[in-house]
Design a protein around this ligand. Structure first.
Ligand code: MG
Length: 382
C-alpha cells in the first residue's frame, strides 16, 4: 500500500503564505499557420499563459507558468483557482507531496491534460523557489552535467528559399541545428525541400525533421527508409502521438532515431512510451505534463533506457532540465516567450548557456503585466 499523504514530519519552518495566479495572453508577432494541418487547426495568433507566483513567510518568491495554445487558457486558470488555496500553510520545500495533494484535489478530472497543467505552473514556481533558497540556478540544484545545451530551431513551412535563408540566419545567430517540417500531402515535395536544404547547409550542420503526426504507418516506414540517407539526428512525431506500437515498430526498423512525446500530457503516457521502446529521444514538455516533479521521473525512466532527451518548447525551463540530464540532449530555441520576461537566453556557439541567476532566472516583464486579463491572490488569513 502506498503511504498515505501526511503532514511533513520535519517542517523547515517556512510556509507558503501567498499564491498569485494570472492569466496572460501573449500575442504572436505573426500568426503561425501550417498548410499541412489546414482544416484541423486555426492559425495560432496568441498563446495563453497561467502564471503562478508563490510567496512564503521567509520572504522567498517562486515563479512558474504553464500554457495553452488555441484553447484551454481560461480552463487552466479556472482549475488553478480551485486548487491553489490548498497551498497555503504548506512547506514550499515539499514539492512531491504538494504535487500529490493538488492532484488529489482535482483527481476527478484526471492526472493529465488541463488538471496537470494547472499544477505545473505551481510546481515550477516551487522548484524556482527551492533553487532561489539555495542560491543556485535550477540546473545546479538538480545536479548539472553541463553548463550549456545544444540548441536547434524549427523552421515554419514557408517556401524553401525562405527556409534556407531563415536556416542560415539562425545558424549565423548561434543556433546549433535546424529542424525542417515535413508531412505535406505529397511526400516527394517534402523530400525535394529536404534535399535542397541539406545541399545548401552542407553535411556538417545537424538537422532533424518533424512530421507533426501527419503520416500513417506505411507512409512513415517508406519515408523513414528514404530519409536514412540524409544523416538526420531524428525524425519527430512521424505518427499519431498515441500510436505507441506504431512508433515502436518504426524505431526498431530504422537507423535514424525516432523522437516523440511533445503532445502527451501526463507522466503515465510518457512512462508507457518509454516502456514500449517507442522512441529513441523523449520529448516531454514540463508545463504540459504537470511540471518539473513529473518531468524528473520521466527523465529517470528515459535515462535507465539509455534514451536521449529533447524537451519540447519553453526553453526557459527546459534549458535547466536538459542541463541536468546525464545523456545526450537538445533544447528547442523558440523565442516566442521572450517578451514575457525581462531576461534573455541567447544562443551562442550552437548552444544555450545556463543563466547564473538563482532559480529559473526569470522575472515577469511589464509587457506580461499589460497582457494579463485576469488575476487573483490567495493569502493566509491571520
Ligand atoms: Mg515537434
Amino acid at each position: 500500500m502506498p503511504e498515505a499523504p501526511a503532514a511533513p514530519t520535519a517542517p523547515s519552518g517556512d510556509r507558503i503564505d501567498r499564491v498569485r495566479l494570472s492569466l496572460v495572453f501573449l500575442p504572436l508577432t505573426a500568426p503561425v499557420s501550417d498548410t499541412r494541418v489546414a482544416g484541423r487547426q486555426q492559425p495560432l495568433t496568441e498563446v495563453a499563459f497561467l502564471f503562478a507566483e508563490v510567496g512564503t513567510v521567509d520572504g522567498l518568491r517562486g515563479l512558474g507558468f504553464s500554457y495553452a495554445k488555441r484553447a484551454g487558457g481560461p480552463a487552466l486558470y479556472a482549475h488553478a483557482k480551485e486548487i491553489a488555496p490548498q497551498l497555503l500553510g504548506e512547506d514550499p520545500n515539499d514539492t512531491g507531496r504538494i504535487w500529490e495533494k493538488l492532484a488529489w484535489a482535482g483527481a476527478s478530472v484526471g492526472r493529465g491534460g488541463i488538471a496537470a497543467q494547472a499544477i505545473a505552473a505551481v510546481d515550477i514556481a516551487l522548484w524556482d523557489l527551492k533553487s532561489r533558497r539555495a542560491g543556485l540556478p535550477l540546473a545546479k540544484l538538480l545536479g548539472a552535467y553541463r553548463d550549456a545545451v545544444r540548441c536547434y530551431t524549427g523552421l515554419t513551412s514557408t517556401p524553401i528559399t525562405e527556409v534556407v535563408d531563415n536556416a542560415q540566419r539562425a545558424l549565423g545567430a548561434g543556433v546549433g541545428g535546424i529542424m525542417l517540417r515535413l508531412g505535406q500531402p505529397d511526400p516527394t515535395a517534402d523530400l525535394e525541400r529536404l534535399r535542397v536544404l541539406r545541399e545548401r547547409l552542407g553535411d556538417s550542420v545537424p538537422m532533424m525533421v518533424d512530421a507533426n503526426q501527419q503520416w500513417d504507418r506505411p507512409t512513415a516506414h517508406r519515408m523513414g527508409r528514404v530519409l536514412e540517407r540524409f544523416n538526420l539526428l531524428w525524425i519527430e512525431e512521424p505518427l499519431d502521438a498515441g500510436d505507441t506500437a506504431g512508433h515502436a515498430a518504426l524505431a526498431a526498423a530504422l537507423d535514424t532515431p525516432i523522437a516523440t512525446g511533445e503532445t502527451l500530457t501526463s507522466l503515465t503516457e510518457h512512462a508507457q512510451l518509454i516502456a514500449a521502446d517507442a522512441s529513441d529521444i523523449v520529448q516531454p514538455d514540463a508545463p504540459r505534463i504537470g511540471g518539473i516533479t513529473p518531468f524528473l521521473r520521466i527523465a529517470a525512466l528515459a535515462d535507465h533506457k539509455g534514451l536521449s532527451l529533447a524537451p519540447h518548447f519553453a526553453m526557459e525551463v527546459h534549458l535547466h532540465l536538459a542541463a541536468a540530464y546525464p545523456r545526450a540532449t537538445w533544447v528547442e530555441h523558440v523565442d516566442w516567450l521572450e517578451p514575457l520576461f525581462n531576461e534573455r537566453i541567447e544562443p551562442r556557439g550552437g548552444r544555450l548557456h545556463l543563466p547564473d541567476r538563482p532559480g529559473l532566472g526569470l522575472t515577469v516583464s511589464q509587457k506580461a503585466v499589460a497582457w494579463t486579463t485576469d488575476h487573483i491572490e490567495f493569502t493566509e488569513t491571520a
